[in-house]
Ligand binder design. Sequence first.
Ligand SMILES: Cc1cc2nc3c(=O)[nH]c(=O)nc-3n(C[C@H](O)[C@H](O)[C@H](O)COP(=O)(O)OP(=O)(O)OC[C@H]3O[C@@H](n4cnc5c(N)ncnc54)[C@H](O)[C@@H]3O)c2cc1C
Length: 406
Amino acid sequence: MVQAAPAAQTGWSSEDEAQLFEAIQRWIDREVRPIAKQFDHADEYPTALVEQMRELGLFGATVSQEYGGLGLSAAAYAKIVEMISSVWMAPTGIFNSHLIMATCVERFGTEEQKRHFLPLFASGELRGGLALTEPNAGSDLQSIRTTARLDGGRYIVNGTKTWITNGIHGSCFALLVKTDPQAQPRHRGMSVLLAEKGDGFSVSRKLKKLGYKSIDSAELIFDDFEIPADRLVGGEEGRGFQQVAGGLELGRINVAARGVGLAAGALRDALQYAQEREAFGKPIVQHQSIQIKLADMATRAEAARLLVAKAAAKYDRGERCDLEAGMAKLFGSEAGMENSAQALRIFGGYGYSTEFDVERYYRDAPLMCIGEGTNEIQKIIIAKQLVERSGGSLRWSNSGPVLMAR
Ligand SMILES: Cc1cc2nc3c(=O)[nH]c(=O)nc-3n(C[C@H](O)[C@H](O)[C@H](O)COP(=O)(O)OP(=O)(O)OC[C@H]3O[C@@H](n4cnc5c(N)ncnc54)[C@H](O)[C@@H]3O)c2cc1C
């Protein structure tokens, strides 16, 4: 059972939030926009941006102020993600999966783990992400094969993780393992360990991608890697699956916000281009087929934004929001994908050129339909919740979800 998030008590006034958004917008205009194309095309890691993100406090955006973070609400955080993604989506990945790891510790960690890790995460001194996916298991996480065997005061970890964001430049990961590979149901044998790089933990390769360039996605290998037993999140085995599922609600709101940012960015660029480009003696925006595209794009971006706002508000009230976060993620990511495709069409041949940014939006957008649970899986989560909230239940079997009559 996914637990509801604790209610957010942010201590931020709306004036303070507005000032923060202005500072972020200035940073985007001054530092992010000018380098996006060059770094994306070179697939170069934006080291300077990472330092600036540290200074802005983004690595602690949703971490409570008590532990050194900004303590932002999910709603404010989503707005920041949308703002950055409307210009360049990829850098948001550097702090997003890091913040899901931090959320996992803040919600489920022992007090000692919170006091030790959260200030380091919030300052960006210790950065990393979430290591769940394996070569044989993505959507079906209960099939993972990475094992952690308790031996005295340490766990011995063996296995492979793949597609891990920040795998090369990060140094600490919330690592999903099997502490009891024979357990039934399988999730009872799963735990999360906080794994800091060291002997036995290696990066085997950097993965090449269609888009989402400049950000490292890597395969990680654990070969008799030792982790002190007190790095078991929450101090109790068998809770890992629920712990990562809890963190993914915020992750889905984030991915949805990235989709909104891409949808809005594609609309902004297309709207401007349509007013400048002329065909048949008038700006193309005066051709009705272009107007229809722009109207659909604007409506889609706005609808996606409202779904994100609703999911974030529920999250901030401490209410369970897997249905709402699932809907926001599904619609927001599809909006990003559709708007980037429509922008490409509005740009005509120039949409296909690497001179303009729309080709990048078009390459970046599909990731939103895959990350934090594919959109097919989101539909299952939404349907499961619809059935549960209407009095029935859906449970998972080895072959997928099964509808149970009450
Ligand atoms: C750029 C990038 C960054 C990533 N970053 C991370 C990261 O930081 N950490 C991490 O742990 N993972 C990360 N991932 C992995 C990502 O979470 C997985 O790729 C995703 O969960 C899907 O898993 P899969 O690729 O194994 O696809 P599969 O699970 O093999 O799915 C293949 C297809 O089958 C569909 N499918 C599967 N099961 C069902 C079902 N029951 N019903 C209907 N359809 C189904 C899927 O929707 C999909 O269309 C990243 C992936 C990418 C591409």
